[in-house]
Design a protein around this ligand. Sequence first.
Ligand code: FMN
Length: 294
Amino acid sequence: METMEFYLNTETCSQCGICVNICPALVIEKDSSGRVNFKPDYIHLCLGCGQCMAVCSTKSVFAKGLRYDNDFFEFSDTTDFFSLLEHRRSVRRFKPKPVSREEIEKILYAVSQAPHGDSHHHVEVTIINNRNTIMEALPSMSSFFDSLGKWLHNPFMCQIIKFKKGKDTLKTLKNHLLPRIEKGIYRNYSSDYDGITRGAHTLLIFHAPADSEEHKEDSYIFVTYAALAAQALGLGATIIGLVPAALNKSAELREIFHIPHNHDSVASLIVGYPKYKYLRGIKRELKKVNWGIE
Ligand SMILES: Cc1cc2nc3c(=O)[nH]c(=O)nc-3n(C[C@H](O)[C@H](O)[C@H](O)COP(=O)(O)O)c2cc1C
């Protein structure tokens, strides 16, 4: 039974609906009679992230062939660095409680300790600690992704994207983003949830002058430090690639967030208090390790 790709054990399911809320791809729903169900026409969007299973108190939900006995582990009480890494998840559902300035300053302190490729790095961090400002930007971001969806159906535009951004980016856009755009995941937004910034109240944007050396590498390292610092503070965070993608294409968005027009936005991080508790860890492995010659 446990090896089925997508399965809900209706005999044990408590119908709490946490899996519905935590799923980043909206693959699970409460149907019109209030029963938890997988949505057959969304299943192809499943990331296999395992979050639905990591929060299920009755181990009733099974996604993408994952197994409780094989793909998850029980948390230990250790609080060392490795345990911090194992406990971290991309958190996309937050309590309505704002993150304090002191907490953001601690995150920024962690970022300031990160390695950087250029001795005088140029990466700036812009902090939007206000859901209303994020809400102001959502209609523009959402319409950007609608336009992108149309371009991705146009072979000529695809050639331009491939030429400007590379074959790998075009593949990500077509395989990962387009199916979500087509399901309207980025079109729906309200004050407490949206498919882009996930209802977050706090958004950190990492950007630098477009011609500055190694700013992309530095930004990714900085955002990773910020995500781990958030975890260490008991906050939750997720790296959001959608926000910089939209910012780099929209002067209006750059104005809302006060990002200089000559800057390249590379990464962003949503931060907040996690709404749900993960009950178990999700095992992660590297694809392949080559030991070479020892
Ligand atoms: C460069 C990058 C961009 C990402 N962009 C998004 C995003 O736009 N939206 C989102 O919900 N998650 C985004 N993520 C989070 C990944 O989906 C997440 O890390 C992955 O599913 C693994 O889950 P975990 O972080 O819980 O281990 C991004 C992660 C990275 C590294």
